[in-house]
Design a binder for this molecule. Structure first.
Ligand SMILES: Cc1cc2nc3c(=O)[nH]c(=O)nc-3n(C[C@H](O)[C@H](O)[C@H](O)COP(=O)(O)O)c2cc1C
Length: 207
């Protein structure tokens, strides 16, 4: 069992990463493999809706972190997407990344676990958190929560470490995710099938 954690912030070793490391440490303690995937600081372009990726085995013509990440999706049973709060929303790079990762790709993610975490100095955490959770809720994924909304406060790593409730929230998230992964493994061994979905109906609100 493996969980991929994405640091969508510009700081490789900043507040978002600290939160993700705390989740990862808890998962590792329960023998679940983890990997933190950092988006880096190069700009990530937004989706231009060309639909080319849907015809080319999920490869985006912009060959960047999105393709690198998509190559890893199959090996993961769960995901944690982390972002700093920028103007009460997820960071721009993270939004572009997630738009392109999830566009038309529910089949790659369905039946897997999803969670998100946000870091901020002071405000906008729940707005960003809501934004990040939208990707799972349209992809037949199972969202894992914690003892508080998954947020940590601080303007740098040293400050964020002092947010003891935030750090605890991350550990509890790791515990919940580990439990859910084990339950899913058990269900698989007991031949409890994942849901089969109907052929999608798309009405575009015109009829
Ligand atoms: C462009 C920008 C916008 C920000 N907007 C907010 C904000 O709306 N609310 C807030 O509390 N902090 C805001 N911050 C502060 C960061 O969210 C905060 O320092 C965060 O924990 C940094 O995480 P990181 O170290 O992973 O980058 C902003 C920072 C930047 C660079």
């Amino acid at each position: 069992m493996k969980v991929l954690l994405v640091n969508g912030g510009p700081h490789k070793d900043g507040c978002t990463n600290l939160a993700l490391e705390e989740v990862a440490k808890t998962l590792e303690e329960q023998n679940i493999e983890t990997e933190i995937f950092w988006l880096g600081v190069k700009p990530i372009g937004g989706c231009i809706g060309c639909n080319q990726c849907l015809k080319t085995n999920n490869r985006c013509f912009m060959d960047d972190k999105v393709n690198e990440f998509l190559d890893k999706v199959d090996e993961a049973d769960g995901f944690v997407f982390g972002s700093p709060v920028h103007f009460a929303a997820a960071a721009g790079n993270m939004t572009s990344f997630l738009d392109r990762v999830f566009y038309g790709r529910g089949n790659l993610f369905q039946g897997k676990l999803y969670s998100s975490v946000v870091s901020c100095r002071r405000g906008g955490a729940t707005a960003a958190f809501d934004q990040l959770n939208k990707y799972a809720l349209i992809s037949n994924m199972y969202i894992v929560g914690s003892s508080y909304w998954n947020q940590i406060h601080g303007n740098n790593k040293e400050e964020a470490k002092q947010d003891l409730e935030g750090m605890q929230t991350m550990r509890n998230l790791g515990k919940n995710m580990a439990y859910m992964l084990k339950c899913m493994e058990l269900a698989k061994n007991q031949n409890i099938e994942k849901p089969e979905y109907e052929k999608p109906i798309k009405t575009n609100f015109i009829r």
